[in-house]
Ligand binder design. Structure first.
Ligand code: PLP
Length: 376
């Protein structure tokens, strides 16, 4: 008998939701290129513009300010490379796509630390802002992909604007899990990725305030008002628009997930009192738990859960395959060995109370076996 799988790795990617699948299928059968002026082209264009409107509505933005990209990574790279000149300030817990773009930029780069809670250290940001000579571009994520810790974006935006700079926010993990309004956040640029919200993989957006001068990183046919060339991924874009339409109305779901997460954490600690949940004292996403099971390497835990039919991840799933301790946990002051024993459990629309019970039974089994072995 084949075991039913339990998927608890939504922060790596979420299962495609029905509305997104339907929208993608409808777009897939259209043959027109959205840049063509004939009827087929106009039909394809209509799909792109509807999705743009749905995404704009979800984040309280203007239509022309949304640029479709191939995903969150490309949107982050467009933000960091497209806004020039000036120094870059990035938080220590950013996704690798932001950290790598900063490193490769050849510009003056400052890394802003976080507090042990996982929250951006605003005093440290102030200190960097007074030390730099030119207005910077600052990049701070809305919610961390490993711990779920939510960052004080509006407070950071005030400080950055007072210094004459711009704030980019990677909101990839917050899409559909937190209300996002670009005006209330006070950001100048914002990244979203479709596949974290139940759309297809390979589509994202960069929102850029109208006044932000952005140099295209991919040039050619002049699509997206010249800011990102290349024929649009219509199926992906249609699915993203559908997912955004659902996300804008489905935040009630966050209350349900938070109850599941709290149950998971309380019962998991009751089984393993030496386990440590990271970022627990900070405001966090409703769906994410980063936890250390002392004594068992994260990779071994991932394999053990996989054998139980459960998909979870160790550290950032985007870089899975590489065995290295999480830079996020280390930035929070967790020592490398402890960080190497941390796993991430991330839930979503399909997760039920029974799933939590099944995860806890597997956690109990893996933890008890490890303790028995350690006792000889
Ligand atoms: N930013 C964050 C916070 C992420 O978690 C990820 C992916 O995990 C990305 C950016 C990259 O997005 P994409 O997979 O769409 O390139």
């Amino acid at each position: 008998m084949t075991m039913t799988r339990l998927y608890l790795d939504y922060n790596a990617t979420a299962p495609v939701i029905d509305a997104a699948k339907q929208a993608a299928l409808e777009a897939m059968v259209l043959c027109g290129n959205p840049s063509s002026v004939h009827a087929e082209g106009r039909a394809a264009r209509a799909i792109v513009e509807k999705a743009r409107a749905d995404i704009a509505r979800m984040i309280g933005a203007g239509l022309q300010q949304i640029i479709f990209t191939s995903g969150g990574t490309e949107a982050n790279v467009l933000a960091l490379n497209g806004v020039r000149p000036g120094p870059l300030i990035v938080s220590a817990i950013e996704h690798d796509s932001v950290l790598a773009a900063a490193k490769a930029s050849g510009r003056e780069v400052h890394i802003c630390p976080v507090l042990p809670s996982g929250v951006l250290n605003l005093d440290a940001l102030d200190n960097i802002l007074v030390r730099i000579s030119e207005p910077p571009l600052v990049s701070v994520m809305l919610a961390n992909n490993e711990t779920g810790v939510i960052q004080p974006i509006a407070a950071a935006a005030d400080r950055v604007h007072q210094a004459g700079g711009l704030l980019h926010c990677d909101a990839v993990q917050a899409g559909g899990r937190l209300p996002i309004n670009v005006k209330e956040l006070g950001v100048d640029l914002l990244t979203l990725s479709g596949h974290k919200m139940g759309a297809l993989k390979g589509v994202g957006i960069l929102w850029a305030r109208g006044s932000v001068a952005l140099a295209a990183q991919i040039r050619g046919g002049g699509q997206e008002l010249g800011r990102r060339s290349g024929t649009e991924n219509i199926s992906g874009i249609a699915s993203f628009g559908a997912a955004a339409g659902i996300a804008a109305n489905s935040l009630a779901e966050t209350g349900r997930l938070q109850i599941l997460r709290d149950r998971l954490e309380t019962e998991l600690l009751a089984i393993a009192s030496d386990a440590v949940i990271y970022g627990r004292d900070a405001p966090r996403l409703c769906n994410t738990t980063a936890v250390r099971m002392p004594g068992l390497a994260a990779e071994t835990q991932v394999m053990s859960f996989d054998l139980e039919g459960i998909a979870i991840s160790s550290g950032a799933a985007c870089s899975s395959g590489k065995v290295r301790a999480s830079h996020v946990l280390q930035a929070m002051g967790v020592e490398a060995h402890a960080a190497s024993e941390a796993i991430r459990i991330s839930m979503g629309h399909k997760t039920t109370d029974d799933d939590i019970a099944r995860f806890l039974a597997a956690w109990d089994k893996i933890y008890t076996r490890m303790k028995r072995r350690a006792a000889g």
